[in-house]
Ligand binder design. Structure first.
Ligand SMILES: O=C(CO)[C@H](O)[C@H](O)COP(=O)(O)O
Length: 207
């Protein structure tokens, strides 16, 4: 299982600092949606330039203009770009077209999708590389939120999936047991007093 670090910060400088500390221990460096909205796609270019050996993930969460948005992110240096599973099929097909043009990949983020296992199969048939079983920061704070649902949905989907939303040192083993290809951790790393040590600890928990 790969480890992805979601850098939910808002400046390129902060992201470069986080990436420098965590990079030795992670496979994928994610530029979170707030970072891309605040700093623009130049942040993607800066992270790829600093870490050419890492998979750079641009969390665009595209809902429309799939081909155009994915194209500009790939041109900026992204290796993987997200489109929302809630988007229409034509948006997802457009994003996949841009990925094929660049020799890169699309991830469908299933945040907010009611039946994640069903939509996962549909979007993989449309050509996305894998799906993200995702509970967003707001959903995690809602009463009654249960992390294990994401793992059940992933296992039920029968397709390649990542898991995002509340992964920490207590839950990462269960993510691996669910069959996930990628574990996405944000605050468990960037909020830690020692970012590098937190990333290393998560990496060590993956067997
Ligand atoms: O994409 C995101 C929010 O939309 C986050 O990066 C992702 O959910 C990881 O979050 P966490 O800090 O809970 O690990």
């Amino acid at each position: 299982m790969k480890l992805q670090f979601a850098m939910d910060t808002v400046t390129t400088e902060a992201a470069l600092e986080l990436a420098a500390a965590a990079a030795p221990h992670v496979d994928i460096l994610e530029l979170g949606t707030p970072l891309i909205k605040a700093a623009g796609l130049s942040a993607v270019t800066a992270i790829k330039k600093a870490h050419p050996d890492k998979i750079v993930f641009a969390d665009l969460k595209t809902m429309d203009a799939g081909e155009l948005e994915a194209d500009i992110a790939f041109s900026a240096g992204a290796d993987l770009v997200t489109v929302l599973g809630l988007a229409g099929d034509s948006t997802i097909i457009g994003a996949v077209k841009a990925a094929k043009k660049h020799g890169k990949g699309i991830v469908a983020d299933l945040i907010g999708v009611p039946d994640k296992a069903k939509r996962a199969k549909e979007v993989v048939a449309l050509g996305v590389d894998f799906v993200e079983m995702h509970a967003g920061l707001d959903e995690q704070a809602e009463d009654g939120f249960t992390f294990s649902t994401l793992l059940d949905d992933g296992a039920a989907s029968g397709v390649a999936f990542s898991v995002a939303g509340g992964i920490n040192i207590s839950t990462i083993a269960s993510v691996q047991q669910s069959g996930a290809e990628v574990a996405v951790a944000g605050s468990a790393i960037y909020s830690a007093p020692d970012v590098g040590a937190a990333a290393a600890e998560l990496r060590a928990a993956i067997v």
